[in-house]
Ligand binder design. Structure first.
Ligand SMILES: NC(=O)c1ccc[n+]([C@@H]2O[C@H](COP(=O)([O-])OP(=O)(O)OC[C@H]3O[C@@H](n4cnc5c(N)ncnc54)[C@H](OP(=O)(O)O)[C@@H]3O)[C@@H](O)[C@H]2O)c1
Length: 250
C-alpha cells in the first residue's frame, strides 16, 4: 500500500513511518523538514499522487485555541482537498482521548480537525489516543523556570507512541472504519510523577512542583476528562518500562 504520513518526522510520526515500512508498505513522509508545508498547501497535490492512504499525525505545540484551530483546520482542509484531487481512498487522523470534553485550548483544534474529517467525502478513520510517554519530557521542558519545573495537576494514562503507531498502521491496512475504540496506556498516573521520574533518569534535574493551573483546559485535564472511558483499548508498555528503554528517548 502507498501511505503518506503527514508529520512523519514527529514523535509518533517517526514510529508510523518505521512500522509501515517494516510491514512492506511504500511510505512518504510529509513535513516541513521533508520540504512540504501542510499550512501553505504548496505542492501537496503532487506529493499525494499515487497515495492510497494518508495518515495525518502532524501537529504544533500550542495551548492557544485560535492557533490550534487555525493549524488543524488549515492542515486538514489542505490535505483533504489535495487528497481528493489525487484520488486518496482513506484519510486517517490521530486525535486525543477526551477532546470533546476538554474542547478548549489545543483541544479546540483537535475537535475542529475531527469535524472536518468526519464530514469529508473521503472515507476516514479517527483514532483517539491518550498522551504519549514522551509527554513527560515535553512537560519538563515547557514547565521549566530556572531551577524549578512547575507542573500542572493532571491525571493521565500514558501510552507508548510505538503502540499508537502500530494501531494506526493496523487501521490503514484494515481500511476506513470511522471512529475507532480509544487507545490508552495500561496505568493511570499523575503527570507530576511522570515528569519527576523522567527528570531523575534523563535530566535536567529540577525542583518539581505541582500546581493547580487556572482555566477550563487545565480543569478538564485535572478532572480526568482526558482519561479513557470503559471499552477503550489498552496498550502494553508501562511508563516505567518505556523509561527503561533508551531507544524511545526523544
Ligand atoms: N503528543 C501526545 O501526547 C499526543 C497524544 C495523542 C494524540 N496526539 C496527536 O498526534 C499528532 C502528533 O503529535 P506528536 O506529539 O507526534 O507531534 P510532534 O512531535 O510535535 O510532531 C509534529 C509533526 O508535524 C510536522 N509539522 C508541523 N507543522 C507542519 C507543517 N506546517 N507542515 C507539515 N508538517 C508539519 C512536524 O515536522 P516539521 O516541524 O518538520 O514540519 C512533525 O513531523 C498531533 O496531531 C497530536 O494532536 C499527540
Amino acid at each position: 500500500m502507498n501511505i503518506t504520513v503527514a508529520g512523519g518526522t514527529g514523535t509518533v510520526g517517526r514510529h508510523v513511518v518505521a512500522v509501515a515500512r517494516a510491514r512492506g508498505h511504500h511510505v512518504v513522509s510529509l513535513s516541513r523538514a521533508d520540504g512540504l508545508d501542510t499550512v501553505t498547501g504548496d505542492g501537496l497535490a503532487q506529493a499525494l499522487e499515487g497515495t492510497d492512504t494518508v495518515i495525518d499525525v502532524a501537529g504544533i505545540q500550542t495551548l492557544n485555541a485560535k492557533k490550534a484551530v487555525d493549524f488543524f483546520s488549515t492542515t486538514t482542509h489542505n490535505l483533504l482537498k489535495a487528497g481528493t484531487a489525487a484520488g486518496v481512498q482513506h484519510h486517517m487522523v490521530l486525535s486525543i482521548v477526551g477532546t470533546h470534553k476538554a474542547a478548549a485550548g489545543y483541544y479546540a483544534g483537535k475537535l475542529a480537525q475531527e469535524n472536518l474529517v468526519s464530514n469529508s467525502s473521503v472515507p476516514w478513520t479517527i483514532l483517539r489516543a491518550t498522551q504519549f510517554h514522551e509527554f513527560a519530557a515535553q512537560m519538563l521542558e515547557r514547565s521549566s523556570v530556572g531551577p524549578l519545573a512547575l507542573v500542572p495537576r493532571m491525571a493521565t494514562q500514558p501510552v507508548a507512541a510505538r503502540e499508537v503507531a502500530e494501531a494506526l498502521v493496523d487501521a490503514a491496512e484494515a481500511g476506513p472504519q470511522g471512529r475507532l475504540a480509544d487507545l490508552a496506556g495500561p496505568e493511570r498516573k499523575r503527570l507530576v510523577d511522570l515528569v519527576r521520574a523522567y527528570s531523575q533518569k534523563y535530566g535536567p534535574k529540577k525542583l518539581i512542583i505541582e500546581f493547580t493551573a487556572p482555566g477550563p483546559l487545565w480543569r478538564a485535564m485535572r478532572n480526568g476528562d482526558l482519561l479513557p472511558e470503559a471499552g477503550s483499548d489498552v496498550g502494553r508498555q508501562t511508563f516505567s518500562a518505556w523509561l527503561a528503554t533508551d531507544r524511545n528517548r526523544s
